[in-house]
Each structure stands twice: as C-alpha cells, then as structure tokens.
Design a protein around this ligand. Structure first.
Ligand code: NAD
Length: 546
C-alpha cells in the first residue's frame, strides 16, 4: 500500500517506492554532470529542517565576482512520512518552513526555478556526488520528567544514523561539516570513529575531513541574514579539515563583515554553542524569581527591565515570556551535562546553574495557569468548563515554530484543571504537539505524559479567525508577542467575547492604558511580572465608586 506524507497545509505526497530510487539517482547524476561542467562545487545539505532548508538556499545563492553561481546544492531529506513532503515542496520552489522573513521564499524560488542551483532529494546516494556535506539533522535531548533536566539523555539516533549513512557513501575527499548542535565531544569522539570505521570497510585509509561549525540561525524576520550575515565559529579535526571548512565558510558566509572565529578543536566549537545558549537560558531563568517578586509587591517588571536596559552593559537583559521554548534553549545545556558524564566519563556533579536555569524555564508556564485561575476566581467564575482562548502557539513572536513553546504547557495545565481551550495563531496551521500527541515529537515523548485528562486535546485545532475564536470566552491569554496581538482594542475584544473576561498578559503586551481600559470594561487583568496591575485596578474601581 502506498504511504503518504502530509505538509502542514494538508498537501498529500506519496512516499517513494523502491523502484523510484534508481531513477532519482540517475536524475541527480545528470544534474551533477552538467553542474560540474560549469565548475560548480557540489554541496549536499543533509536534513531539510528549519536550519537545513534555508542554509541550502544560502549556499545555492552564492555567486562569484562575475555573478556566476559557484555551488550546486542538493538538499537531502530522509523520506519519513513526517518529513518527506519537504522534498517535493522544495522542488516546486516553495520553502518547507514558514517565516516572516521576506527573503526566504524568493531566494528558494530563485535558486530552484531560475538559477537552478538547488534541488531536493530523498536518496542517500546523493552523498556519493558531494564535494561538501553539511549535516543539519537534529540531535535531541530527551527529558524523562518535567522540571528536572538531569533526568534525561541525549538522543543521538538520527545523528548517528546520518553519520553511518555518510560513512557508507561519501567520497574520502569530501568535507563533512557538522552544523548540528551536539553534545561537546561528539565530532571527535562519536562522528570521527563512525566515519573512520565506515571508510575502513570501504578500504579507504585516509582520515575523514570532518569539521564542526554551529548555526546561530533565528527563524524569524531575519532568517536568511542570521545564517549568511552573521559571525561563525568553526574547527576541524585536522589541519586539512580546518583549511577546508574555513574555505567553505568564507565562500558562503559574509565573513568579510562578520569575521570567522577558528578554534583549535571541534570540542571548543561545540562547547561554544552550548555555553552561548546556556548563558541565554540562565539570564532568562534568573528573572523568573524577580517576576514573582514583582507580581507580589506592586512592581511592573517590564518597566524595570526597560529602565535597566538603557545601561549599555545591561542591554541584553530580557523579559522571559511564559517559558523559554524553541528547539535549542531547552535542550542545549542538557547536551552539555550529558556529555560530561557519557562522552568524557566524569562522575561528579559540577553543573549547578545550567540545569537549574533549564528547570526554571521548563516550568515557568505553569504559573500562567495559576494567574488564570485567580483572575477567573476574582470574577466569581469557576475554572471548570471555562472557555479560554490562548493567543499564540509558537515559542516566539512572528514565527510558526511551536517546538517546546510555553503555550503548550499552558494548554496542558489548564486542560488538566478542567478548562476548555481554544487557540489562535496566525503562523500555525496545525499544532502537531496536540493533533498528533501520540507520535509527536516521538512516540511516548509528548509532554502529555506529565498531565492528566489530555486525550481530548487531539481535537484541538488552531482557530484562523480571531473574532470567531473570541466569541463567548471567559478568559483570554496573551502568550506570544505576534504583531497581530500588539494593538488589539480592548473594546472590540470585550464586544467579541460578549462581555467582561479575565485577561492574562504573559509577555508585557498590554500597556497601562489598555490594562486600565480592560478594568473599566469590567474585566479582571493579571500578568506575569506585572504587580502594578492591582494598583491600576484599585484606581479604576475607586473612580467608579466615587
Ligand atoms: N531551529 C533553530 O532555530 C536552530 C538554531 C540554531 C541551531 N539549531 C540546530 O540545528 C540542528 C537542526 O535543527 P532544525 O531546527 O533544522 O531541526 P529539524 O528537526 O527542523 O530538521 C532536521 C531535519 O533532518 C532530517 N533528517 C534526520 N535524519 C536524516 C537523515 N539521515 N538524512 C536526511 N535528513 C535527515 C529530519 O527529517 C528533519 O527534516 C539542531 O542541532 C539544532 O539544535 C537549530
């Protein structure tokens, strides 16, 4: 029976049959022959996810001084039912990722359809044709409990499988560049032996040309430039690998303006990535306790942060929203802890701040459910069967990426407490964490296992019409700073809801004028880190009494 893969918009693509592979390799061979005749380097990007899809386009868009393309890129995506759709979509010139960056779609269209420097494939044999392989597959960290990152492990299966496939196919002269965020030590102590062994089986005596350079991509408004016009760190396992990776990155990244940092060993490049993200996770987690302090003592943490930010040495202080999601920050520190023991063999516990920060960030969203409960209670409404609309499913503003978003936890906790959830997000068509909660992100890995009463969430659908979504709600939660939510008019919201509601601001979305207006309209308003709301409420109530 034919198997299908569905794109997020519901397009159906049949997975390749065994007889298709030969034809596909023939197609690639022909293309590569033509491209080599044009003196173009053949680059295979392995994994067409959030990173690989756009990195592939950035490389395919490279031109020389005479504006002639210098690279031909084959994006290689494994044909799993979850991800195969990315291949045919990209081959139609359509990005397999959604974002606010206006550069992404035209760039992919240009490279696939006009310059013809980018194609996508499902056959691993593409690797045989590569001069350079860029590895952009995932490497997860699986947490076995909620709020305890120490109870978990690195999930290296996809990466190890990719490396084995690489070792069996790639030419010994090809540069293998690992961009995946890995547990520090992986390139030298996991990847190198796997590839070396694979080479030996094929009678290849030379050392693999293996290097690491991590991505700092931010899939939002500056998606493309966060890859192409941004600083890079890299390192190779030997001199030749380092020379090759430096040459490659200088050709594809704007290193004139954003100079490369070359480190001595891949473990240093790998560690840089983990420390960089752990630092970010730690400064966000640090504000969680001040957020509670602010709520309980009449302080608006948003204004406090703005006041501090003007000092240049403190300009990167940021307000933590309802949990710190995204694919990277919740897991990267975990990869570091895990590597210390399982790659490097240490037994003692040296890590205090890194795991604590992740644990705080992983559970911050639960407090939103408490605020919602209290706001409803102040209005004399029970949480049980309350209709609650959550605005924003993704982990940050103006992107469609829902991975580990705080919003997921808010929905799960409120559902457990008996509420009926609705969700709206202009960037998300399907919230797979719920719709496919039995298999996504992997079987038995859904966060649903930490909460009760989650079965009905399979039927949760992302509302596309905000006005309809607001109809008849008891509570509204502003969870993400999508531009669509920044200027919502309190009058219209209350009118659409059909009367006063509880309003929860998780991200400093409401200014004081709006907060005051909601109170005047009879609403109850609460917010993460926004203790001054009570003061506004008292002023409004006092004025109405006078
Ligand atoms: N998403 C981000 O914002 C971001 C930022 C910086 C770094 N990173 C890092 O980059 C890496 C990739 O992240 P992502 O967000 O693109 O992940 P992703 O899950 O969106 O993409 C990975 C892709 O690789 C594919 N894949 C897995 N095994 C394969 C194989 N053997 N052959 C071909 N394809 C295969 C998967 O099907 C998937 O499409 C991760 O290590 C991540 O931590 C991500």
């Amino acid at each position: 029976m034919a198997e299908y893969s569905f794109s997020p918009t519901g397009k159906r693509f049949q997975l390749p049959e065994p007889e298709d592979y030969k034809k596909e390799y023939k197609r690639l061979n022909k293309l590569v022959k033509e491209q080599r005749a044009l003196s173009r380097e053949i680059v295979v990007v392995m994994g067409l996810g959030f990173v690989g899809a756009v990195m592939a386009a950035v490389v395919a868009d490279v031109v020389d001084k005479k504006r002639n393309p210098t690279k031909f890129v084959i994006g290689m995506q494994r044909p799993s039912s979850r991800s195969f759709w990315k291949t045919p979509l990209l081959n139609r010139g359509i990005p397999p990722v959604s974002s606010e960056d206006p550069e992404v779609a035209p760039m992919i269209h240009r490279c696939v359809k006009e310059k013809k420097t980018l194609t996508a494939t499902y056959t691993y044999e593409a690797l045989k044709l590569a001069d350079v392989v860029v590895v952009d597959v995932q490497c997860d960290y699986l947490k076995e409990s909620l709020g305890n990152v120490r109870n978990g492990r690195a999930e290296m299966e996809a990466l190890e499988e990719s490396l084995e496939i690489l070792a069996a196919n790639v030419s010994p002269e090809a540069l293998i560049l690992i961009e995946t965020t890995v547990a520090p030590g992986t390139t030298e102590q996991v990847a190198y032996p796997i590839i070396k062994k694979g080479f030996r089986k094929r009678g290849i005596k030379s050392d693999p040309l293996l290097a690491h350079s991590y991505e700092r991509v931010m899939p939002g408004r500056n998606y493309v430039s966060s890859i192409r016009d941004f600083w890079r760190v890299c390192s190779g396992v030997n001199e030749e690998a380092t020379r090759r990776v430096v040459k490659f990155l200088k050709e594809v990244i704007n290193t004139q303006k954003y100079p490369l940092t070359i480190l001595d060993r891949p473990i240093e490049s790998e560690t840089a990535k983990i420390v960089e993200n752990s630092f970010r996770a730690a400064i966000l987690a640090f504000l969680d306790e001040w957020s509670l302090f602010a709520e309980r003592n009449g302080v608006d943490l948003i204004k406090v942060i703005q006041a501090i930010k003007v000092r240049p040495t403190h300009s990167n202080i940021i307000f933590p929203g309802p949990g710190i999601g995204g694919y990277c920050l919740p897991k990267d520190g975990g990869l570091g802890l895990w590597a210390y023991q399982h790659i490097h063999g240490w037994e003692d516990e040296i890590f205090k701040i890194t795991p604590l920060a992740i644990d705080i960030n992983d559970t911050r969203a639960l407090h939103v459910a408490q605020l919602t409960r209290d706001a409803l209670r102040n209005m004399g409404r029970p949480m049980a069967a309350a209709d609650i609309l959550l605005l924003g499913a993704s982990y940050r503003e103006d992107v469609g990426d829902t991975r580990y978003s705080g919003s997921e936890l808010i929905v799960r906790r409120l559902t457990e407490m008996g509420a009926e959830l609705r969700v709206h997000d202009p960037y998300v068509l399907h919230w797979w964490e719920f719709e496919k909660q039995d298999e996504y992100p992997a079987s038995s890995q859904s966060l649903k296992r930490f909460f009760r009463g989650q079965e009905k969430l399979k039927d949760l659908r992302v509302e596309q019409e905000l006005k309809t979504a607001l109809d008849g709600i008891d509570a509204l939660i502003f969870a993400v700073r999508h531009k669509h939510y920044l200027n919502l008019d309190p009058e219209e919201v209350v009118r659409s809801a059909g009367g006063p509601i509880a309003v929860i601001d998780c991200f400093g979305i409401l200014d004081d004028a709006k907060i005051r207006r909601y109170f005047e309209l009879g609403c109850e308003v609460k917010g993460l880190g926004r203790g001054h709301m009570k003061r506004i409420k008292d002023q409004v109530r006092k004025r109405t009494e006078d």
